[in-house]
Design a protein around this ligand. Structure first.
Ligand code: 4AD
Ligand code: MG
Length: 446
């Protein structure tokens, strides 16, 4: 039996009319009298193995009849082109072995299960066709992220995960004990990338980041992956150019390599094909005007007093983002938010001190903010004041201020959240399926 090679299901089309051995898990089984249709899944894909009693004999046929969902099996057989469907192959089985039986019934049956049940069985759920498709798209997005920066002269500089200071505000910090000292799980590698930009010109980090947000939304994870480029001598305009090129590159790559997966997910790819330069760039002020326009419409159906104007100076909420992004067929960049709603390190707009030189990029179709970034404050005294105003402990930022003491330079960067990008590109309403093992407000297991 072992004189035939073990082949991955994804390579079967190169072995038409040859005898091969397949190993994998039983994904599904149908039987009709003297035929079994065994769907074998090996991680690379699935294939239908047709087993006739007359080919394998009573004993093997009966053994195949007893095999249960997700048992590990080995099938030997001849690869055949599907008689009707071009590009599809089948295997006509001549041999069969049970390698790893299941003990008891596999918990995830083809019937419908609730989300909580599936999340509790995430370690098994990953085997299903949809989850497989999502995580393969994720893989391709991550590869595209690395290729984009590696191909443009960036140096990868890994940022630490244990940090002594906050980057994105103290309310979302996970605190931990570090040999008797307080430490935090990183919210962002940005401050370290600013050091890296002075050392390498163009740098990026890519790793897990943590937010102790108490919010239970479809866009928030406690642990998520972020890629953060930082570039010396780049301003806000340059930052927006980079973000635009970057998103186009990622979407193009997924369209190039993951059409079959997008089709499993029933993603409307025309929406992704529309993601082309240039992206609209609007100021926060314009965004507020758009929101107020939408409220005029709302007032026609509600009482005037129930729909006040959007208060200038506040951050945009998820619903506001959806109202704005639904006006465009591609990502929209909102720049120059009020500095008061943004982090301490943002550079002020020299033409209007109330504003920060920052940008949020909103994905289309209401998938929300996928990128946040901007130009950094490079003036020592201004930054010292900002640290004070934000009530941050100055000792923890002493090293960061050195970057302004010893050769300060204009620079900018951004952070892209991988999971929100996966949700958008795959067309998923919730980020929980975009990461292999999600960590959320009420979930630490499996
Ligand atoms: O906008 P944020 O908070 O920006 C920063 O952390 C900057 N320091 C980045 C930089 O300039 N280097 O986060 C950046 C992105 C968001 O746009 C979003 O995509 C993602 O990270 N993100 C989250 N994703 C999932 N769950 C959460 N709780 C997230 N918080 C932010
Ligand atoms: Mg943000």
């Amino acid at each position: 039996m072992q004189d035939s090679p073990v082949i991955a299901t994804s390579d079967l089309s190169e072995h038409v009319d040859s005898r091969v051995v397949l190993r994998g898990w039983l994904y599904n089984k149908r039987s009709s009298g003297k035929l079994h249709f065994l769907e074998l899944r090996d991680g690379f894909g699935t294939v239908q193995c047709v087993m006739a009693k007359s080919d394998v004999g009573d004993e093997v046929f009966a053994a195949a009849d007893r095999v249960t969902q997700e048992s590990v099996i080995e099938v030997t057989g001849q690869v055949k082109a599907h008689p009707k469907r071009a590009g599809v192959v089948e295997v006509v089985a001549s041999g069969f072995r049970l390698l790893g039986p299941t003990s008891g019934e596999y918990p995830i049956s083809p019937k419908e299960h609730g989300t909580d049940f599936l999340m509790d069985h995430r370690h098994l759920w990953l085997r299903s066709r949809r989850q497989h498709a999502i995580l393969r798209v994720r893989h391709t997005i991550i590869q595209a992220i690395r290729d984009f920066f590696d191909g443009r002269g960036f140096t990868l500089v890994d940022a630490p995960i244990f940090t002594p200071n906050a980057c994105e505000g103290t309310s979302t910090l996970f605190q931990t004990d570090y040999h008797g000292d307080k430490a935090y799980l990183t919210q962002s590698g940005q401050l370290y990338m600013e050091a890296a930009a002075a050392a390498f010109g163009k740098a990026y980090c890519f790793g897990p980041t943590f937010r102790a947000e108490k919010s239970k939304t479809r866009r928030h994870l406690a642990e998520f992956w972020m890629v953060e480029p930082e570039v010396a001598f780049m301003d806000l305009e340059g930052d927006m150019d980079l973000a635009e090129d970057f998103l186009c590159f990622i979407v193009e790559r997924v369209l190039e390599r993951r059409r079959p997966e997008l089709s499993v997910l029933e993603r409307d790819v025309t929406k992704l094909e529309a993601v082309k330069k240039p992206f609209p760039r609007i100021r926060y002020d314009e965004a507020v005007a758009l929101l107020n326009e939408a409220r005029v419409e709302k007032r026609k159906i509600a009482a005037e007093s129930e729909v006040p104007d959007f208060p200038w100076g506040e951050d945009l909420g998820g619903e506001d983002e959806t109202i704005i992004s639904s006006r465009y067929d591609r990502p929209v960049m909102i720049h120059r938010y009020p500095a008061q709603v943004k982090a301490f390190y943002m550079k002020r707009d020299p033409t209007d001190d109330r504003l920060a030189l920052c940008v949020d990029v909103l994905a289309p179709e209401g998938y929300g903010e996928v990128i946040g970034g901007g130009q950094r404050e490079d003036d020592l005294a201004t930054l010292e004041r900002a640290i004070e105003t934000h009530q941050l402990p100055p000792e923890a930022f002493s090293w960061y201020l050195d970057l302004r003491r010893y050769g300060t330079f204009p620079h900018a960067g951004f952070g892209l959240g991988v999971e929100r990008s996966v949700a958008w590109i795959c067309g998923l309403p919730h980020v929980r399926e975009t990461i292999p093992f999600p960590r959320m407000l009420n979930r630490l297991s499996p």
